[in-house]
Design a protein around this ligand. Structure first.
Ligand SMILES: *Cc1c(COP(=O)(O)O)cnc(C)c1O
Length: 418
């Protein structure tokens, strides 16, 4: 048990309070161990797959095979809640095929693995028209991919992996929703179900994968490729803000609020944004009061060596995508001096916000996806603006809406009646 006696932040976390903490380990941004060239490489790789994606998924015809999401003003919520500055929702809930932020990291790592296998077996080179991959299903079917997930990562990897022809094994934690499992089984994906949490599902996937030389394990707790897939979002935001004629500079900073589970998604996006906007972008990770794993790991500097259970929390939350008790050590250590802060959010706030988004803005987001508004509210009272000499009215806020489009109608109704 971590010594909670004399530490006021740990005490508040263990009492399930909604709190904001400015990362005291933060330094002026001077890059991380991963280079910007690696983000460009990832972007180029996704670009190479555009023709394959375009021909494989009818919904990608419009976007010419590109996986990206719109950004949208949320004026009603801003007005009703009396929020300052310019506020936008980044709609990763609308990402094609899998309807969540996991499309970014998950698709990227599956495609990269497929590309490497095909090149190694002389079936592809990088100048080819990648739509030829459509005819390589029987080749890919000799190989499998495994992953542990609370739902959405499994969905992204399963749907993309199966499309290429891979056998896919998705190990689902008890939080995973049955409709996600069903959708995967309908695509021929093997779904393992556990009556345990996310960390256990990942561990089990890792162990089983080791026994099969033809299996590739996608490690949500440690994957640089997932991280790079997410980081591409940085240049997407840059382009979208430029189109809106919004500049980001010393006087007009950008604040981004990211729902956080294990840390890979928000971490990769933070990296992509910091490489572009440096210290003029401030990135904050939001978590449910019962699952503040990333917050706890960063705050104690113990990263993956501490879990929310260690301070008496249950890791039970309606925000299934954020139900992670132990954070990624890789992300925590890589971004230790980069992340600007962490905060927590109560479940009943999430269900309330979910309804506001639906009834006021006509946007359906899953519970995990709405923590951002809490961030905008909680930071106003935190002293962060005064301390950093920022006028809250000059800030552009981006709330990362991380999922929702695939949620079936009947389940949407359940959430809306919560
Ligand atoms: C997975 C997920 C997140 C958080 O991403 P991590 O990489 O686990 O930190 C946020 N929102 C939704 C909807 C998710 O599925």
């Amino acid at each position: 048990m971590y010594k909670i006696k004399n530490d006021s932040v740990i005490k508040m976390l263990s009492e399930r309070k909604e709190i904001f903490w400015e990362n005291t380990y933060k330094e002026i941004y001077k890059g991380i161990d991963i280079s910007r060239e690696e983000i460009f490489e990832a972007e180029n790789r996704i670009q190479r797959f555009a023709l394959f994606l375009n021909k494989s998924f009818p919904e990608l015809l419009q976007s010419s095979g590109l996986i990206s999401s719109p950004i949208k003003g949320i004026s009603k919520i801003k007005k009703n809640r009396n929020l300052p500055g310019k506020i936008f929702l980044k709609m990763d809930n609308m990402l094609p095929i899998s309807g969540s932020i996991k499309a970014r990291g998950g698709f990227y790592e599956v495609l990269k693995h497929g590309e490497e296998l095909a090149i190694r077996n002389n079936l592809l080179n990088t100048n080819d028209d990648y739509s030829k991959l459509i005819n390589l299903k029987s080749f890919f079917n000799k190989y499998s991919i495994s992953v542990g997930s609370t739902g959405n990562l499994g969905l992204s990897i399963g749907l993309m992996g199966a499309k290429l022809g891979f056998k896919v094994n998705v190990h689902m934690s008890e939080d995973a929703k049955s409709w996600k499992k069903e959708m995967l089984r309908n695509q021929g994906v093997t779904v393992f179900e556990y009556k345990s949490d996310y960390s256990f599902a990942v561990e089990s996937a890792r162990e089983l994968s080791k026994k099969d030389p033809n299996d590739y394990f996608i490690d949500d707790e440690n994957s640089k490729d997932l991280f790079l897939g997410y980081s591409i979002a940085g240049s997407e935001i840059k382009k979208q803000l430029a189109e809106l004629k919004i500049s980001v500079n010393d006087e007009h900073p950008l604040f981004v609020f990211l729902p956080c589970g294990v840390g890979g998604g928000p971490g990769g996006i933070t990296f992509g944004l910091k490489e572009i906007f440096k210290d003029n972008v401030h990135c904050f990770f939001g978590e449910p009061v019962e699952s503040p794993s990333f917050f706890l790991g960063l705050y104690t500097q113990l990263h993956e060596k501490i879990s929310v259970e260690d301070i008496g929390l249950t890791n039970k939350t309606i925000a299934d995508g954020l139900a992670v008790g132990r954070p990624s050590g890789f992300v925590g250590k890589t971004l230790n001096t980069v992340i600007d802060g962490c905060y927590t959010c109560e479940d009943n706030y999430l269900t309330k916000l979910l309804k506001e988004f639906y009834y006021e803005e006509n946007i359906f987001l899953e519970p995990s996806a709405v923590t951002g508004i809490k961030g905008v509210e909680i930071i106003q009272k935190s002293g962060y603006f005064e301390k950093n000499n920022i006028n809250p009215e000059n800030v552009t806020y981006i709330i990362w809406g991380t999922g929702g489009n695939l949620v079936p109608e009947s389940i949407k109704k359940e959430y809306l009646n919560y």
